[in-house]
Write a protein that binds this ligand. Structure first.
Ligand code: SF4
Length: 319
């Protein structure tokens, strides 16, 4: 399968002022991250809150300017592109947000919300835009009658459908789904995941699916990258990752995923210690202060992400 997106050594640092008499520090939200996403694939990016996964997604879309590294979309390096150069890519690459209420303007009707991106990009005449709104509304499982309603009249799941509809307005190829089900009840999560899956098949979409919960990505992703403190620590095919997690952090995340089988029990690995600050990450392996397998070498030497088994990459001195 052809790569649609290649991210290489991507960094996004934010300036952090610690006080009047302190030198400027940098919050290393994304720190030297590399991966590729194939056309038509759903690639999962997983990790605890604050690990940099959402910043990574937004930097790929150039909603944040990258500090360093390259982002190749369909073979073109867009990392240094200006706003004007990015315009054609704004149609191809889009985002759907976690908070389906906060991300929708309460003063706009559903129809206006969906048609706004088309107006901004000056696409289609009025009638064609209205037809397009109806078509997308139906695609995401809402009714024609709901187009004239306001966001507050909908449930959380329906609002997420509106958010997804808006992200489809420009006929994108690639969508960053930033925690699209985290704010929803478990029963609704499955409906939205099924919707994203069906849309992918129907519209030939490629997803970067961001989540903090491995149980969620298990159902929709083909390959998964695990992030910790701004870095990718493991990448593998979904089945391989669940069968054979290698990085101690992935093992800990995995141990908290419920298994629907009363005869199979796994012991939950409780991580001790606080997540360090991304302003002052620990030297060596960033995970060493919480890792149950840490060795002397781990606090001195940073491990590289290497291919330990076929298509299974891990950054840990144990391998
Ligand atoms: Fe643990 Fe060391 Fe591996 Fe880091 S490099 S995950 S501290 S064993």
């Amino acid at each position: 399968m052809k790569s649609l997106l290649e991210v290489e050594n991507l960094k996004k640092y934010f300036e952090h002022r610690g006080g009047m008499f302190r030198a400027t520090e940098y919050l290393k939200a994304v720190d030297d991250v590399s991966f590729e996403i194939k056309k038509g694939e759903t690639f999962g990016l997983v990790g605890e809150s604050g690990c940099g996964k959402s910043t990574c997604g937004k930097t790929i879309l150039k909603l944040h300017q990258p500090t360093a590294g390259s982002i190749r979309y369909d073979g073109v390096d867009i990392s240094g592109f200006s706003r004007k150069q990015m315009l054609p890519y704004r149609r191809k690459m889009t985002i759907t947000y976690q908070d389906p209420f906060g991300s929708l303007d309460p003063r706009m009707t559903v129809g206006d919300i969906i048609s706004e991106p088309m107006e901004v990009h000056k696409l289609y005449g009025r009638e064609e835009r209205e037809n397009k709104v109806m078509e997308i509304t139906e695609l995401v499982g809402l009714t024609a009658e709901q187009v004239s309603r306001y966001p507050h009249e909908f449930s959380g799941g329906q609002r997420q459908r509106i958010g997804i509809a808006r992200s489809l307005a420009l006929d994108p190829e690639f969508i960053v789904a930033d925690e699209p089900v985290s704010a929803l009840d478990v029963s609704i999560q499955a409906q939205i995941i099924n919707l994203l899956y069906d849309l992918q098949k129907e519209l030939d979409l490629t997803y970067l699916f961001i989540a903090h919960d491995l149980a969620v990505v298990k159902h929709i992703c083909e390959r998964i990258a695990v992030m910790y403190l701004g870095k990718v620590v493991e990448i593998a095919d979904k089945k391989e990752l669940f069968r054979n997690p290698m990085h101690p952090y992935t093992k800990a995340l995995m141990s908290s995923v419920p298994i629907p089988n009363p005869h199979r029990r796994t012991e939950q690995i409780i991580l001790t210690g606080d997540v360090p600050s991304p302003v002052n990450p620990p030297p060596g392996c960033h995970f060493h202060n919480r890792c149950p397998s840490a060795m002397e070498r781990c606090s001195a030497e940073e491990p590289e992400l290497v291919e330990v088994e076929k298509d299974h990459f891990v950054s840990c001195h144990l391998y």
